[in-house]
Design a protein around this ligand. Structure first.
Ligand code: HEM
Length: 234
């Protein structure tokens, strides 16, 4: 039996976010003249990478996509009330217990749909994206003729934008490294298909499994999706 883990809206959000962020990172780093210096622009197909204006326009386009998908996701959250991925009280402690369990030092806690560390990582990623969009909009605004920001404001806008770029980059690296852990690997296929094995859920996400099999959720089990189209047993 398979369980619906990610509906189409979440998969769409995830992959549009990922694609736009990869493009933003690549073109953002391109604003520094590193691709010419390190011969990246010699790679076939990447000659444009050292052209400041081209990378700037692609950066703007990808930023528009990221802003759109962020608004889409916030609207989705309000509509679906799918707060499972938001941090909860005790998540720090539980994350330490999960790490200890990987080293065989403690039993693994019963996990909900997302692990405590995933919920914390989500908060870091989401806050970084919000900070980047906010500072990015201000950076574009200050480029409009007639708009004047003080030197100090421009300096701090750039510092904050760069700082959250690094935080986001680190959070993405950790996100990807997580899939080197064998227990997490079945999740990768589910981010494409939406479905995950029931046995995996029972083994790794027992709290979520209990919620799904609660009397109220069993009602939705007869159809392929529940009200939010978020999770279901078939
Ligand atoms: C580059 C930017 C990326 C960002 C910002 C990002 C962010 C996130 C977030 C916030 C979630 C939780 C989603 C939810 O609401 O259900 C998630 C889940 C996931 N991401 Fe990414 N992601 C990125 C790239 C990737 C890539 C390249 C992969 C490829 C392996 C990937 C694989 C996954 C998987 C498998 C899950 C599902 C985890 C689960 O079901 O518990 N992500 N990602």
């Amino acid at each position: 039996m398979k369980i619906k883990r990610h509906n189409a809206a979440i998969r769409f959000t995830h992959w549009v976010t990922a694609a736009s962020i990869f493009i933003l990172l690549f073109t953002g780093f391109g604003q520094m003249p590193i691709y010419k210096r390190y011969y990246v622009d010699q790679i076939p197909g990447l000659a444009w990478s050292s052209d400041f204006l081209i990378t700037l326009y692609i950066h703007y386009l990808a930023a528009i996509v990221l802003t759109f998908i962020s608004v889409f996701y916030i609207t989705y959250l309000i509509y679906s009330r799918a707060w499972d991925v938001f941090p909860r009280r005790g998540d720090f402690k539980e994350s330490i217990q999960i790490f200890a369990s990987m080293l065989g030092l403690a039993p693994e806690p019963e996990n909900d749909k997302y692990l405590a560390e995933q919920r914390l990582a989500f908060a870091v990623t989401a806050c970084s994206i919000i900070a980047l969009i906010f500072t990015g909009i201000l950076k574009v605004y200050k480029n409009i003729p007639g708009v004047h920001f003080s030197e100090t404001t421009i300096f701090w806008l750039a510092q904050i934008h760069n700082l959250f770029t690094v935080v986001l980059l680190l959070s993405i690296i950790i996100h990807l490294l997580a899939f080197l852990i064998k227990d997490n690997r079945p999740l990768v296929a589910s981010m494409f298909s939406g479905w995950i094995d029931r046995e995996y859920v029972i083994h790794r996400h027992r709290k979520w499994w209990h919620r799904l099999t609660d009397a109220s959720d069993l009602e939705s089990a007869s159809s392929s999706t529940n009200a939010s189209g978020d999770e279901a047993l078939v």
